[in-house]
Write a protein that binds this ligand. Structure first.
Ligand code: NDP
Length: 285
């Protein structure tokens, strides 16, 4: 059961642990299993679903659409992302409509610029505001923005309406804690942490094998994945979006919302996986 919730700056409550969908819906033979995982996650309270037009060229959005059939749409918080090259006047309205069609819905709860590209931020922001006015999206945000990008965004008309910055953040990659995260806190931009499991340890060798993390996990009768997620959302203000195509993993991930690390455990973790002591440029995948 997903117990922790995060308040967005407009007062909307979302679950601290949602579901990512990168690589889901791409293969016919695993589709039913992935759909079952997504559905079980939603039923257990992981009602925030992150996707993008990029994922499988729309196949992840189609999978979400099929999974949502017959569900109460208003219970869900759907996030999708527009490619940077589509984030201008010429393309964004079509991109957004295509995402909505694939998911079988008439609005997104959050629409993100996937990463910075060549289209001026002022144009993207104006389009996002237009989509909001038309009721196609409830709010918008950005992804893979470092501190200087956020500062630039703040100078653009309407830029301060950015609700979320979705960036890579896990125990083995904590660079954002140095200046990006404090900046976001000061400006009320919510952190959505992607790759919170370091892609099952692929992005940071030694996480899953760590004796320290295994001991902490044992103390909570939890798994290392759950400790990684509990760590990512420990401040009560961060949303994490782990992805799984397996029901048992998805439910395990959702249950991590009930794991609260003690001060002593956080000290031990800090020694092995320390936070940054200087500016580190944003990690991306
Ligand atoms: P994650 O850190 O979520 O790791 C996913 C991997 O972990 C999969 O291999 C999955 O395999 C495995 N896994 C999931 N749960 C468990 C578990 N309980 N125990 C063991 N293994 C587990 O990586 P992602 O790259 O998917 O990141 C999460 C989401 O963030 C994406 O799906 C996407 O929505 C978003 N994202 C956004 C980006 C951006 O640029 N904005 C970039 C990258 C990601 P299995 O299916 O077998 O469980």
């Amino acid at each position: 059961m997903t117990e922790r919730r995060v308040l967005l700056s407009d007062g909307t409550e979302v679950p601290a642990i949602g579901q990512g969908t990168w690589y889901l819906g791409e293969h016919r033979d695993s589709m039913a299993r992935e759909q079952e995982a997504l559905r079980a996650g939603i039923e257990s309270g992981m009602t925030l679903i992150d996707t993008a037009e990029m994922y499988g060229n729309g196949k992840a959005e189609l999978l979400i659409g099929r999974t949502m059939e017959g569900m109460d749409r208003s219970r869900l918080f759907l996030v999708s992302k527009v490619y940077p090259h589509n984030a201008g006047r010429k393309q964004i309205f079509k991109s957004c409509m295509d995402s909505l069609k694939r998911m079988g819905t008439d609005y997104l709860d959050l629409y993100l610029l996937h990463w910075r590209g060549g289209i001026p931020l002022s144009e993207t922001v104006a389009c996002m505001e237009q989509l909001k006015k038309e009721g196609k999206i409830r709010r918008w945000g950005v992804s893979n923005f470092d501190t200087d990008d956020m500062e630039e965004l703040w100078e653009v008309p309407g830029g301060k309406n950015c609700a979320v910055n979705q960036v890579l953040y896990h125990m083995g990659s904590r660079g954002i804690e140095y200046d990006l995260l404090p900046w976001m806190r000061d400006h009320k931009v919510t952190l959505m942490a992607y790759c919170p499991l370091a892609q099952a340890g692929e992005l940071r060798r030694g996480l899953y094998e760590s004796q320290t993390l295994n001991a902490v996990a044992q103390a909570h009768k939890a798994t290392v994945s759950q400790i990684l997620l509990a760590f990512a959302v420990r401040d009560g203000k961060t949303i994490a979006i782990p992805r799984s195509g397996r029901k048992e993993h998805t439910l395990e991930n959702g249950a991590a919302a009930g794991v609260v690390l003690t001060e002593e455990e956080l000290r031990v973790i800090e020694r092995e996986f320390p936070g940054p002591t200087r500016k580190t440029y944003l990690d991306i995948v």
